[in-house]
Design a protein around this ligand. Structure first.
Ligand SMILES: [Zn+2]
Length: 385
């Protein structure tokens, strides 16, 4: 999320893959959503975003070709030992064991371009604020959300919309490893409590753990100017959820992006591995709680991809369009009681990020497009058992 100042205009880069979408019509999407509404079990959603984690590592694990001194890999042996399995499947299971042992078996995962599945952003910038905004508002506002400047988001997010309904009021919260999130969620207007990872958590019921982390945040020098370490977001968030029991929770982990911008492939991989462990810990905790057991859906994806290594480029570490083509491509994982266990999806229609907000709404029994007609429609594929 760090870069990002200068951005040039260009339409989204085509991915060069075509897919047969003849089997999916609006009516089949609608009937899937209706079917979900009548038998819907989801009462809680955790929307987890891992900043700038590429689909290449998610589906293929560690990329051996990137273990170079240029990418700050000083000890390839130790990386190979941890993440260097014999093929892409073994490598991805080593890198993100929970994603592949549980989410991809009991839920669905999209975005492996090697087998005909594409997930992509529709905003034309490929940087973080437009990426987060598109995911939570259902709209790529290319005219107004053009980069990472701290401007209050003029668009209404599904978080704000649900928080304004009596049955969800006070049951929505956001935790993100970046100090731009209060603007992305338009905290002032939306009244959604937003933790920006830098200041203290000062909303809801606090615990001794949260108080300690607040102190650590205040007394520890920053490594990055506008973001903190994932541990300082995740640990207090976990405790906050335990005592406050929100129904819709946003979590952004950001180290993947920060270390990638530093060109440090080892730490990028370690951050991805740690994020996977955090998701496991959260899933395990919620399944042990009455409020969440069997009624909770996780939606997991990044805000953008990163450049790739086509044509001899070493562009994995950066993102933004049109300078770093490939960063429009992402991935999406969903697990929960209303999502069929179809695993890794192949040869399926492309999925775009402007559909995520309506999907979150539909999982919670609400039609976000009744409020924001311009938002993309809910993803029917993950809404039917
Ligand atoms: Zn970034």
């Amino acid at each position: 999320m760090l870069t990002h100042a200068c951005v040039v205009f260009l339409a989204t880069t085509p991915l060069g893959l075509t897919h047969d979408i003849s089997g999916v019509t609006t009516s089949s999407v609608e009937s899937a959503i209706e079917a979900t509404q009548s038998s819907r079990q989801t009462q809680n959603v955790f929307h987890i975003m891992i900043d700038g984690l590429r689909w290449q590592e998610v589906f293929g694990g560690m990329q051996s070709g990137l273990l170079t001194k240029d990418n700050k890999v000083e000890r390839p042996d130790s990386l190979n030992k941890r993440f260097g399995g014999s093929g892409p499947h073994e490598r991805r299971e080593q890198l993100m064991p929970f994603l592949w042992s549980t989410v991809a078996k009991e839920g669905q995962i999209f975005g492996n371009q090697e087998i005909g599945s594409v997930v992509r952003i529709t905003n034309r910038y490929g940087v973080s604020y437009p990426g987060y905004s598109e995911a939570i508002t259902g709209v790529a506002d290319d005219a107004r959300i053009t980069g990472n400047r701290k401007i209050p988001n003029p668009n209404t997010s599904v978080y704000e919309w649900l928080n304004g309904k009596p049955q969800f009021a006070g049951k929505v919260a956001a935790f993100g490893a970046w100090d731009v999130f209060p603007f992305i969620f338009n905290q002032e207007r939306s009244k959604v409590p937003v933790d920006d990872s830098m200041g203290p958590i000062d909303f809801g019921t606090l615990t001794p753990t949260i108080e300690v982390i607040n102190r650590v945040r205040a007394e520890t020098p920053y490594r990055w100017a506008s973001a903190s370490f994932d541990s300082l977001v995740f640990i207090p968030m976990l405790d906050w959820v335990k005592v406050n029991q929100p129904q819709l929770t946003f979590l952004c982990l950001g180290e993947t992006d920060e270390f990638a911008h530093e060109g440090d492939y080892s730490r990028y991989l370690e951050a991805a591995h740690r994020a996977d462990g955090y998701i496991r810990e959260l899933w395990t905790m919620v399944q042990s709680m009455e409020q969440y057991r069997g009624t909770t859906t996780f939606i997991i994806h990044p805000d953008h991809g990163r450049g790739d290594t086509r044509g001899g480029h070493n562009d994995w570490w950066n993102h933004s369009l049109p300078k770093h083509p490939g960063c429009e491509a992402t991935w999406l994982a969903v697990i929960g009681p209303d999502t069929a266990a179809l695993g890794e999806r192949r040869n399926v229609p492309e999925i775009t990020h402007d559909r995520l907000a309506a999907t979150i709404g539909a999982l919670l029994g609400e039609d976000f497009r009744s409020a924001v007609p311009a938002a993309g429609e809910a993803i029917g594929e993950v809404l039917k058992r």
